[in-house]
Each structure stands twice: as structure tokens, then as C-alpha cells.
Design a protein around this ligand. Structure first.
Ligand SMILES: [Ca+2]
Length: 174
């Protein structure tokens, strides 16, 4: 009977739920890279480095392989990802350029929240990047911070290049 099936399923979930009591009695599943379903923009574009190259699912860090972004020399360049729906963000993985210019990825602030880059001050700070090695992929933990937008802001004049920005979240299923 359907009722019996439902009860069995609920019992099964309840057992797992008790193992995850730190999540307010709810059960979560981890997602894949949700950045792949979003849309990216940036303060400006040069050298053909479209903002969506950072969400093409490819960490290749050699600029000539057409998978890294590139802004102009802006006062404070930014890159922004719209996920179209708010999700609890567990972590963000950012990959730096490798063939040259890796030192440009410094003095970076990452904010996650419900507001686009134009209102980024209203979002919470998830983390900062002081600097990364050539081609390095850095994991920034956001602890489940709720966000539709991932905004990466370089807090000095220069060029912003990202070779990949991955976003991992969890979905509440019970
Ligand atoms: Ca890429």
C-alpha cells in the first residue's frame, strides 16, 4: 500500500536525520558544481576573456586555451556569478592563471548573498584571497551561507583573471 511505502521511506530518512541533527533536524544532499548552470558578468572584458569562461567546467589555467577570464585595467575590477536561485553555499573553488600574471589575483574579497555586484556591500563576506600560486586552485569555505550571487572583487586597481570558479552547495530535501 502507498501508505506503508511512505512510512518506510520516512523511517529511513529519520534514521539519517538523527545523524545530521546539527542541521536543524533537516536532511541535506550535496550538489555538484552549481556554477555551471549560472551566468557570469564582469566589470569589463579584454583579450576575449569573457566572464563565462570561469564557469565552463574547465580549470585549464593557460590563457591560450580560451578558458580564463580577463578584464581591462579597472580601478577595482569584479566578476559576478548569478545562480538564478539562492542556495546554501558550502565552498567556492577558484583557479588562478598559470602561464603568466598569476600575481594579479591578489587583494580579493569574495561575497555571497542575494545582491548583484552593484549592491555587493549588502552581501556577506565569505572569504579573502591574499594571493595564489601559478595555476593554484584555492578552496574557500562559506559554511552554508545563502547566496544567489557570488561576487569576486579585487580591492585595488588592476586586471582580474579567473580560470575557473566552482560553487558547491547543499539542498534541503526533508
Ligand atoms: Ca575555465
Amino acid at each position: 500500500m502507498p501508505v506503508t511505502d511512505s512510512e518506510t521511506k520516512n523511517d529511513s530518512f529519520h534514521n539519517e536525520e538523527s545523524l545530521l541533527s546539527e542541521h536543524s533536524g533537516s536532511l541535506f544532499v550535496f550538489t555538484g558544481n552549481v556554477a555551471l548552470g549560472g551566468n557570469a558578468s564582469q566589470s569589463s572584458t579584454n583579450w576575449g576573456g569573457d566572464a563565462n569562461r570561469a564557469i565552463d567546467g574547465n580549470r585549464n589555467a593557460f590563457y591560450g586555451n580560451l578558458s580564463c577570464t580577463h578584464t581591462n585595467t579597472d580601478d577595482e575590477p569584479w566578476w559576478s556569478l548569478d545562480l538564478f536561485t539562492a542556495v546554501p553555499v558550502l565552498c567556492i573553488k577558484i583557479t588562478n592563471r598559470q602561464d603568466c600574471c598569476w600575481q594579479r589575483l591578489r587583494n580579493i574579497e569574495i561575497r555571497v548573498g542575494l545582491f548583484p555586484a552593484t549592491q555587493n556591500d549588502k552581501n556577506q563576506v565569505c572569504g579573502n584571497i591574499v594571493g595564489l600560486r601559478a595555476g593554484e586552485t584555492k578552496v574557500i569555505s562559506c559554511g552554508g551561507m545563502l547566496g544567489r550571487f557570488i561576487n569576486i572583487h579585487k580591492k585595488e586597481k588592476g586586471i582580474l583573471t579567473l580560470c575557473e570558479c566552482e560553487v558547491y552547495a547543499h539542498n534541503k530535501i526533508l
